[in-house]
Design a protein around this ligand. Structure first.
Ligand SMILES: Nc1ncnc2c1ncn2[C@@H]1O[C@H](COP(=O)(O)OP(=O)(O)OP(=O)(O)O)[C@@H](O)[C@H]1O
Ligand SMILES: [Mg+2]
Length: 398
């Protein structure tokens, strides 16, 4: 019998350093993002001198490099010899309330206080005093800001802090891949947060190819990845959403397929296979983090795509799209059958915009047709696969 752990120290013929290919790895060189990095730096520059800069809101679809660029700028600031700025990066998926955000700020900067169970007002005072000590500027980066439950309260508190602080101040950088979340914000929070905006556009397939190439140099062994594998991974990801995370995931999986089969080169064939499972995995992650009603809408789209709606129609490229109104009706009937109150059509339109921004659906406005102007919608993933994923969560009672 072969020893079961024989393989652990065996060198991979395909990968040189898999860590470099992981979605958590932040490359030093972010291609095609010089302008965005410069812009972010520009808004943070005053804080280095101890002046409160203007707040910034960064948005763009998933996998367009928002988090990577921000972290790149944070590293640069931390390496500066003199600076009045203190940057705290907060992943709001984890720190999703005003209290947790403020607690994280204290934890990162004043570790002595962090362990004790202070109330809100104590924490607030700690932060203010710490800033005033020497006129610092605290730059708070709120990544995935849309998931903060009491965001209006958080922004109000930070704004109030700025007027309470006598020396120094607070600058906010918000990051999100949701467009419509701003409709739910109080107009005052909105004007605070949106003092400046910075958009990240999806990558096209040439850009993705070059991003992949650079990562391959360090992540894969020399000469192992065929050009066809690069081009196809980039093309699939570009068509889907322009998402660099997806492109990398597909290529890495293709490498794993080649490795399992004892191949020496990764080609388009392995990519083709890997693409399906990479997309499934991403779909699974994405669907499972959706709020309930968005999930039901996606469920309605998957069912209609499978059973067919009578008004389903062909786009110019020959792909099937559904009418937005049909999807809404289906969503309402699914909600009722699950004894959940369906959201209004106004909410529905917001959810559709969010799903589009997240790359879960593709949509476009129809020209004048049988039903006047309407939105045409299609799932970005396999409808059967999506239906199965959601049905699992529904039976769990989620
Ligand atoms: N310009 C780039 N050059 C090299 N790698 C990139 C670039 N942009 C993105 N990536 C890679 O793509 C992945 C996703 O990037 P990132 O996490 O920054 O996206 P994001 O815009 O924050 O997405 P989300 O909205 O889902 O949070 C990371 O692994 C990152 O290394
Ligand atoms: Mg991000």
């Amino acid at each position: 019998m072969a020893e079961p752990f024989d393989d652990i120290f065996k060198e991979s013929k395909i990968f040189a350093n898999k860590e470099i290919l992981s979605p958590h790895y932040i490359p030093h060189n972010l291609l095609f993002r010089d302008r965005q990095i410069q812009e972010i730096a520009k808004y943070i520059t005053p804080s280095l001198r101890g002046e409160r800069g203007r707040n910034l809101f960064i948005y763009g679809k998933t996998g367009t490099g928002k988090t990577s660029c921000m972290k790149n700028v944070i590293d640069r600031v931390r390496n500066l010899p003199i600076s009045k700025a203190r940057i705290t990066y907060i992943n709001c998926r984890i720190y999703n309330s005003r209290y947790r955000v403020l607690h994280k700020i204290v934890g990162d900067n004043m570790p002595l206080y962090a362990k004790r169970g202070y109330g809100m007002s104590d924490i607030y005072e700690k932060v203010i005093n710490w800033i005033e000590e020497d006129g610092k500027v605290l730059v708070i980066v709120l990544d995935e800001i849309d998931v903060v439950k009491d965001l209006d309260d958080l922004i109000y508190t930070l704004t109030r802090a700025n007027s309470d602080i006598k020396a120094g101040g607070i600058t906010i950088v918000g990051i999100s891949n949701k467009v419509s979340f701003k409709d739910d914000l109080d107009p005052r929070s909105l004007s605070t947060l949106y003092e400046n905006e910075l958009a990240f556009s999806p990558y096209d397939s040439n850009e993705l190819s070059l991003i992949l190439k650079e990562r391959i140099e360090e992540g894969f062994r020399k000469g192992v990845v065929d050009q066809s594998a690069i081009n196809l991974s980039a093309a699939i990801a570009a068509k889907d959403s322009g998402d660099a995370r997806l492109a990398l995931k597909i290529l890495t999986k293709a490498g794993e397929v080649a490795e399992e089969r004892g191949l020496e080169v990764v080609t388009g064939v392995e990519v083709q296979e890997a693409a399906k499972s990479a997309e499934d995995e991403i779909a699974y992650e994405v669907i499972n983090t959706l709020p309930e009603h968005q999930r039901l809408i996606v469920y309605a789209i998957s069912l209609l795509s499978i059973s067919g709606s009578k008004y389903k129609r062909l786009s110019t490229e020959g792909e099937m799209y559904l009418f937005s109104g049909d999807i809404y009706d289906k969503y309402v009937s699914i909600s009722r059958s699950l004894e959940k109150e369906p959201k209004s059509s106004r909410w529905y339109r917001k959810y559709i915009a969010d799903l589009n921004m997240q790359g879960i659906i593709l949509s476009y406005e129809s020209g004048k047709g049988i039903r006047g102007h309407t939105k045409l919608i299609k799932l970005a993933y396999s409808p059967e696969r999506i239906r199965d994923i959601i049905e699992k969560t529904l039976t769990k009672g989620a």
